[in-house]
Design a protein around this ligand. Sequence first.
Ligand SMILES: Nc1ncnc2c1ncn2[C@@H]1O[C@H](COP(=O)(O)OP(=O)(O)OP(=O)(O)O)[C@@H](O)[C@H]1O
Length: 262
Amino acid sequence: MAAKKGAAPVADSGLGGMDDNVAQLSKGSRVWYRQDATTWVLAEMRDAPSAPPPPADGKAPKKGAAAPPNVAPITLLSGPTAGKPVDAVPVTSLMPANPEMQASISDMTQLSYLNEPSILGNLQLRYSKDAIYTCAGPVLIALNPCKELPLYSEEVQHDYKAVAHESLHTLTPHVYLVAGAAYRAMVREGASQSIVINGESGAGKTETTKRAMKFLASLAGGPGRVEERVLETNPVLEAFGNAKTLRNHNSSRCGGGARRRG
Ligand SMILES: Nc1ncnc2c1ncn2[C@@H]1O[C@H](COP(=O)(O)OP(=O)(O)OP(=O)(O)O)[C@@H](O)[C@H]1O
């Protein structure tokens, strides 16, 4: 299969180059098909990739032009067009799908293929089950549920407090797991720890920070007023750093030009 670089109709995400994945495609393979710039659809290959048909106008390709990519017939498996056959799809718009895609995977490193649609598909599947936290090795991915979930109760905190003193990650991914790991490292090494929380506006950084601080305060607080006092610093910090924006009533990034109303 000779899909040449530069022939892809859409930009590569950089998460496992498309060309690298073409070799994985054969008849019966489950694949992700890039329908447009933002949509991946699960599909099955009806046959192995083959050379593309000659151009309709019969003209020979220009000298030095990149060879067109091989093509394959597929059947769409997900979305409103499920069951629809699509012929002659360029292999450069296909990515191998994980065989374990039916079950959601709590640690991305367990996915057989770590390409963009597999990561997004796994996150989407978990999100549909209100599993907003997913690990990617030591990194925690937190999605904004845009609703209150029963993930932060005293009982849940109690469970994660128990493992905060152990080194094993026996519970499902959670911001408490990350906070607990930082706490454990601080106690073990006797040194300050940092948790980097990153994401676009409205992603949930402030909420995640508050949950982590609350958990840390309750871990270390004991019978005193530590938890209360740590959390009382929030309004002061927010008064200096936060502002209401079109997208977020409590944004920690002020101004910043036009924003989409969310
Ligand atoms: N874990 C969560 N549970 C429930 N609601 C959440 C959660 N995370 C975020 N939200 C909701 O999303 C809104 C935006 O989240 P947040 O203010 O934390 O975003 P942000 O990433 O800090 O945004 P900005 O960069 O603009 O400050 C919150 O006001 C809250 O309503």
